[in-house]
Design a protein around this ligand. Structure first.
Ligand SMILES: C[S@@+](CC[C@H](N)C(=O)[O-])C[C@H]1O[C@@H](n2cnc3c(N)ncnc32)[C@H](O)[C@@H]1O
Length: 126
């Protein structure tokens, strides 16, 4: 794996991210409606790993190799395919019933133009 570029990953504070609220996994699994899930900015898998057993398929997209290496080091991390790339480009294949950008990820994508582009790219995969 190679670094995608200067990533705003939040890695420095990854160890102090809040624990996952017990309502989060059932809520996301319900929204997925038995379909495929993509998490933009999957990071260390804080939410994706607990969600893994509750959905049919989950994969991730992230700009940070360092964050994804943390995910891979966790039990079950190797069961979640992750693409290294930026949300604005959405270098993923196929369709999903749920695309998430959790925690503060959406505000790490850049400014409003990048956020609007991200919505457009996501729409093509829903
Ligand atoms: C605050 S962390 C949240 C990680 C995870 N979603 C969670 O809730 O624990 C934000 C993640 O988004 C990733 N990220 C930042 N900019 C991104 C972009 N433009 N495209 C994809 N991922 C990005 C960062 O590398 C980081 O892993």
């Amino acid at each position: 794996m190679s670094d995608y570029g200067p990533a705003n990953s939040g890695e420095a504070i990854a160890d102090i991210y809040p624990s996952v609220d017990e309502r989060t996994v059932p809520m996301l699994a319900g929204l997925a409606r038995g379909g495929r899930v993509l998490e933009i900015g999957i990071g260390t898998g804080r939410v994706a790993l607990p969600l893994l057993e509750a959905v049919v398929w989950i994969e991730g997209l992230d700009t940070s190799v360092a964050m994804v290496e943390r995910l891979l080091a966790k039990p079950g991390g190797d069961r979640i395919p992750v693409t290294i790339g930026a949300a604005i480009e959405m270098p993923v294949e196929g369709q999903y019933t749920l695309v998430t950008a959790l925690f503060n990820t959406f505000f790490m994508l850049g400014g409003q133009p990048e956020q609007v582009c991200c919505f457009g790219a996501v729409a093509l995969h829903l």
